[in-house]
Write a protein that binds this ligand. Structure first.
Ligand SMILES: Cc1cc2nc3c(=O)[nH]c(=O)nc-3n(C[C@H](O)[C@H](O)[C@H](O)COP(=O)(O)OP(=O)(O)OC[C@H]3O[C@@H](n4cnc5c(N)ncnc54)[C@H](O)[C@@H]3O)c2cc1C
Length: 378
């Protein structure tokens, strides 16, 4: 088995690294939504990597997509909110529209989304417990040839910048309590978006979205009525499997920073790298990074080959996010007081890492999936 990058993955990584180091390392990030970064990444072509050229994309595979995000974050690791926004846009909306959209929906939206001209947000989670989507309260009621949506969605990435919302709702119809997926444009009467300030992942556009008698035409159902759960399961497994390229890039940068700081920082008449406690901490960071890489590119290869990989996706999501949190903590410890100051940007990794153990299902939920897949009965 050859675990190294293919030529095209290496190209995707190198180009992304050069672009990010040049274009995304300066300037302030708008904490509500990183529009500036979005525009730059759109010009770079980041949003349409896996979408065919006829719809404004590049027609590459997921393997290049993940390598590109590793390169982006290695080049500009303090823009993780932007990268999660692009990933949520791609896995939650663009790919779902590409797979399930009607010709008319694709004509209307896909090119704008794949080129990044438009931003899309997808809303599943509600205030009453995102881990249990069976408990969804948002309802879509049929009224003639329209659907009337009522409900409240929470933690919608990209919500604050979105030009299109992909919202999941239960159908209040003869086939009631099946999920459907609907397309809603902001500005539709009764729809309200409220940005949610968060502790990390600045610029991701995290928002609450409220629907009060929001009326959309029948043609705005994405996929067949009642196919929402199936669409969501397909997109969440791909997201869970492939979203962590940017985290890998950040973890790689963290190891570089740790080595440099440990070699340069003198305490007690010697570089702190000479203390075994510090050196071993860096060794552990590298061990987690390498294991994370193997898990990520293994599951990416499975998803690129269109294989089901529920266990592999859950294992990768669980391990990489928890490893990022552990490495962020270790980086803070290595920096002592310098790691605690906002001005050094070290503690920011820790705040970003907190988000990664929650989105796409918490670590507890990943353990439930893994145990369930192994036949462990609750
Ligand atoms: C940065 C970020 C981006 C996000 N982006 C989106 C998005 O774009 N769209 C979207 O729809 N959602 C999004 N989410 C929401 C995310 O999917 C949910 O936050 C997540 O599923 C957890 O739901 P919750 O926050 O309601 O926690 P809860 O479900 O209330 O869970 C609370 C605690 O209970 C535990 N728990 C709950 N149920 C179980 C169980 N069965 N077994 C074991 N433990 C359990 C959880 O692990 C957790 O520790 C995002 C969240 C974050 C933080």
């Amino acid at each position: 088995m050859d675990f190294s990058f293919t030529e095209s993955q290496q190209k995707a990584f190198d180009e992304a690294y050069a672009f990010a180091a040049e274009s995304l390392t300066h300037g302030d990030v708008d904490p509500a939504f990183d529009r500036d970064g979005w525009r730059k990444c759109a010009d770079f072509g980041a949003m349409g990597v896996t979408i065919p050229a006829e719809f404004g994309g590049r027609g590459d595979s997921l393997s290049e997509f993940v390598a590109m995000f590793e390169g982006l974050a290695y080049g500009a690791p303090r823009r993780l909110g932007l990268y999660i926004a692009i990933n949520a846009h791609v896995f939650g909306s663009v790919e779902t529209l590409f797979k399930a959209g009607t010709d008319e929906q694709k004509k209307r939206y896909l090119k704008k989304l794949a080129t990044g001209e438009w931003v899309a947000a997808h809303s599943v989670t509600e205030p009453d417990g995102g881990s249990d989507i069976g408990n969804m309260k948002t309802i879509a009621r049929k009224d003639g040839d329209r659907w009337i949506i009522n409900g409240r969605k929470k933690y919608t990435t990209c919500g604050a910048g979105a030009d299109l919302h992909v919202v999941y709702a239960k159908m209040d119809d003869p086939d009631r309590y099946r999920l459907s997926c609907l397309l809603v444009e902001p500005g539709t009467p009764g729809m309200h978006v409220r940005p949610l300030p968060a502790s990390g992942l600045d610029g991701s556009g995290l928002s609450e979205v409220t629907y009060e008698n929001v009326s959309v035409p029948e043609a705005n159902i994405l996929g067949k009525p009642g196919s929402g759960a199936m669409l969501f399961q397909g997109s969440i497994e791909r997201e869970r499997a492939c979203i962590f390229g940017f985290v890998l890039g950040a973890m790689r940068k963290q190891v570089d920073i740790a080595v440099q700081y440990a070699n340069e920082r003198n305490v007690g008449g010697r570089p702190i790298a000479g203390y075994q406690a510090v050196a071993h901490r860096i060794a552990d960071m590298k061990m987690r990074l390498d294991a994370a890489r193997l898990l990520l590119y293994n599951v990416t290869a499975l998803k690129a080959a269109n294989k089901r990989a529920p266990t592999e996706a859950a294992v990768a999501k669980l391990f990489i996010s928890e490893s990022f949190l552990a490495n962020s903590m270790d980086l803070c410890r290595i920096h002592g007081g310098n790691g605690f100051l906002l001005e050094n940007g070290i503690e920011g990794y820790l705040r970003d890492a907190l988000g990664t153990i929650i989105f796409s299902g918490t670590s507890d939920i990943q353990r439930n999936i893994i145990a369930g897949q192994l036949g462990v009965r609750g």
